[in-house]
Design a protein around this ligand. Structure first.
Ligand code: HEM
Length: 414
């Protein structure tokens, strides 16, 4: 269990928000982004106008340039930890598993996780995702009543799929779902003291829950990730201290991201009726295009950070050891040097797959094939079963910057 946030943390967070607010007031665009603006896309364009690698008053270099972003993500002179191997200080004391590790520990953990997320399982995932989407649509209110796309559909799918993957016993699933939602703010970067406290408690409860499940699988192994990992503990390739955070990291990395891919996709489709019509006419053929174009146009994860492990010259700038660089992936996805008419949502776009929405290099998302299968199933099912879908109220967005999406999106059918 992690230590509870204290008065010191509250003060440190308040200080941080003050700094952000002051820098934003003085025109610092990266500070503005970190404060979670209503619409970040115009801010990205203002940052793009400053050049390929401007430096924020907060000390961080920032890029919207696709070529630089792609290069940095693949450059082994950059990492996710400080040069001495320490974690970059954050408000939340969470071990984000392999995503927070540099080589060689990163490679060891990643290699052990690969089999559970192998794209060869896509056929099985597809059947399961289709079955779940059909069930969730059946459960929607009948007769044109308003429903919430996020809570009544999008939030249900990924958490169920991850529960299957990790091997959560049926009786623990409602608790797993609740706790997974409570740790979601971990992905958001800037959060409130209140949220940090809630997250800390949820991490403690999830850790206890996983300890129990790991014990269960030691006695009675199944066809799940935990059971697949146990031999690596026995032969010393993995420690128990690494398995627990890994179990917890998967619902974190794989839920809220996929939830918002589905939400952002439906929102973009309904805002672009020509594209919605195309999908409705050919759900089987175009659902994959919706996934790729939504990942490009409005990606769930908007930025990644890297730290220079040595002095690095880049785009006319010199980054010192431990210099921090923010990759604005959502902006790189609209770089006019790579994408024609980048602000247009076009589900038939051929270059959509060049996006950086699943990152690149050694941390490239391990769950990308699974996320694609799930979101494709969702768009296919929605277009087939709910062709008369309409917006029925104002969406409520997540008040965060790193994960971009909605908390609520009222829709109706007919
Ligand atoms: C639309 C859904 C998803 C998006 C947009 C997404 C995005 C990302 C991104 C951007 C990263 C790397 C961040 C960085 O480079 O700093 C990442 C890493 C990762 N993701 Fe995903 N993800 C999604 C779904 C999933 C799912 C479904 C899973 C697993 C069930 C998953 C598991 C992981 C893992 C294990 C890593 C760490 C890889 C490493 O550090 O080597 N993700 N994801």
């Amino acid at each position: 269990m992690t230590t509870l946030p204290d008065a010191g943390l509250r003060a440190r967070m308040a200080g941080y928000y003050d700094i952000l607010e002051k820098a934003d007031d003085q025109g610092d665009l990266y500070a503005r982004l970190l404060r979670g603006p209503e619409d970040p896309y115009p801010v990205y364009e203002q940052i793009r106008a400053l050049g390929p690698l401007p430096r924020s008053a907060l000390g961080t270099w920032v890029t919207t340039d696709h070529r630089i972003a792609n290069k940095v993500l693949r450059d082994r002179r950059f990492g996710v930890r400080l040069a001495d191997g320490q974690k970059v200080p954050e408000f939340m004391n969470f071990d984000n598993s392999m995503l927070g590790l540099d080589p060689p520990n990163h490679a060891r953990l990643r290699k052990l996780t690969i089999p559970a997320l192998n794209p060869r399982m896509a056929g099985r995932w597809r059947d399961r995702a289709d079955e779940l989407c059909a069930r969730f649509i059946d459960e929607l209110p009948a007769g044109g009543a308003t429903f919430d796309l996020m809570t009544e559909f999008a939030q249900k799918l990924p958490v169920t799929v991850i529960a299957d993957l990790v091997g959560i016993p049926d009786d623990l699933r409602p608790r797993f779902t609740r706790l997974s939602r409570r740790i979601a703010p971990l992905l958001d970067g800037v959060v409130s003291f209140h949220k940090v406290r809630g997250v800390d408690l949820a991490i403690g409860e999830l850790t206890d829950m996983f300890r129990g499940i790991i014990k269960l699988r030691q006695e009675d192994p199944g066809d799940d990730l935990i059971s697949q990992m146990l031999p690596a503990i026995d032969d010393g390739r993995l420690t128990m201290d690494e398995l627990e955070p890994l179990c917890m990291f998967l619902p974190l990395a794989g839920s809220e991201t996929t939830v918002n891919l589905i939400g952002n996709g439906v929102r973009a489709l309904l805002a672009n009726p020509d594209q919605w019509d195309l999908l409705r006419a050919d759900p089987e053929g175009l659902a994959a295009g919706v996934v790729e174009e939504t990942l490009r146009f409005d990606p769930p994860v908007q930025q990644y950070r890297r730290v220079a492990h040595q002095e690095i010259e880049l785009a006319g700038e010199v980054l010192p050891v431990d210099g921090e660089l923010a990759i604005l992936a959502a902006a790189a996805n609209r770089d006019p040097a790579v994408f024609d008419d980048p602000h247009r949502y076009d589900i038939t776009r051929k270059s959509a797959a060049d996006t950086l929405s699943f990152s690149a290099g050694i941390h490239y998302c391990l769950g990308a094939p699974l996320a694609r299968v799930e979101a494709e199933a969702a768009f296919r099912a929605i277009a087939t079963r709910l062709p008369d879908l309409r917006v029925a109220g104002e969406p409520r967005r997540r008040d965060s910057f790193i994960i971009h999406g909605m908390l609520h999106f009222p829709l109706s059918v007919g």
